[in-house]
Design a protein around this ligand. Structure first.
Ligand SMILES: Nc1ncnc2c1ncn2[C@@H]1O[C@H](COP(=O)(O)OP(=O)(O)OP(=O)(O)O)[C@@H](O)[C@H]1O
Length: 231
């Protein structure tokens, strides 16, 4: 599905990713963990073509992503829910979803499925995105990504700062997408969430994946959490 091999990437002269290799598989949740500044967000941004990849290969079902214009990448069926959500604040809920639908040429059936998943959005279709609560904004950011009918979904700490009911809803959504065969990449720092959701866990350290393990091999007290996450 998705593979990164020996990827170097960064911001101008600041190299962040250093020979990073990573794999995400269809129908699996791969959690990405690591200390602050390890390069987790930058890895997602490299996949999305938002940072300069200076070396290495990024492949989606064998097709090269590195070097593509950033607007081409969502069109291939890659949804990205960045930290901070990046919604179009002055636009309504309906308009934000429309942008997702147009990007990949999807129509009302897809929209309907997204609104079934998040009924709260249906009640607020005409409301400006900037006036939604934090949890509703996160639903909209995920809903917009799902309007692409993605085969790969990248989620950057999607439950940060949200209340328990919203966290449960987002986790249910992740499980449902996995069940539909979507490859989910989830940057997540909470061990309990990772053990609950992950099929595999990739630990990022100073710009590379230092270790990938099946989640079944980890327990809350596993030494890898202390070593790579510092908890
Ligand atoms: N726009 C930028 N310009 C220069 N350096 C940046 C930029 N964005 C991030 N960095 C640097 O890249 C490094 C990796 O940042 P990144 O956001 O990928 O880390 P992270 O693992 O996601 O951390 P966190 O857990 O804190 O979100 C950091 O040292 C950061 O300061």
């Amino acid at each position: 599905m998705l593979t990164l091999e020996g990827v170097d990437a960064g911001y101008g002269r600041v190299q962040v990713l250093r020979g990073l290799s990573f794999e995400a598989r269809a129908g699996e949740v791969t959690c990405v963990m690591g200390r602050n500044g390890a390069g987790k967000t930058t890895m997602l941004r490299a996949i999305m073509g938002q940072v300069a990849v200076t070396s290495g290969r990024i492949r989606l079902d064998g097709a090269a992503l590195e070097g593509l214009a950033p607007h081409r990448i969502p069109q291939l069926g890659i949804g990205h829910v960045p930290q901070g959500r990046r919604l179009f604040g002055p636009l309504t809920v309906a308009e934000n979803l429309e942008i997702g639908l147009m990007t990949r040429g999807r129509g009302s059936r897809t929209r309907e499925r997204v609104l079934e998943l998040f009924p709260r959005l249906r009640e607020r279709l005409d409301q400006a995105a900037s006036t939604l609560s934090g949890g509703e904004q996160q639903m909209l950011a995920i809903g917009r990504a799902l309007c692409l009918e993605p085969k790969l979904l990248l989620l950057d700490e999607p439950t940060e700062g949200l209340q328990p009911s919203m966290i449960a809803l987002i986790r249910d959504t992740v499980r449902r997408l996995r069940g539909m065969g979507v490859a989910v990449v989830l940057v997540e720092q909470r061990i309990e969430a990772v053990l609950d959701l992950a099929d595999r866990v990739a630990f990022v350290e100073t710009g590379r994946v230092a270790l990938t393990l099946p989640a079944a091999d980890l327990s809350p007290a596993a030494p890898q959490f202390a070593r790579y996450v510092g908890v």
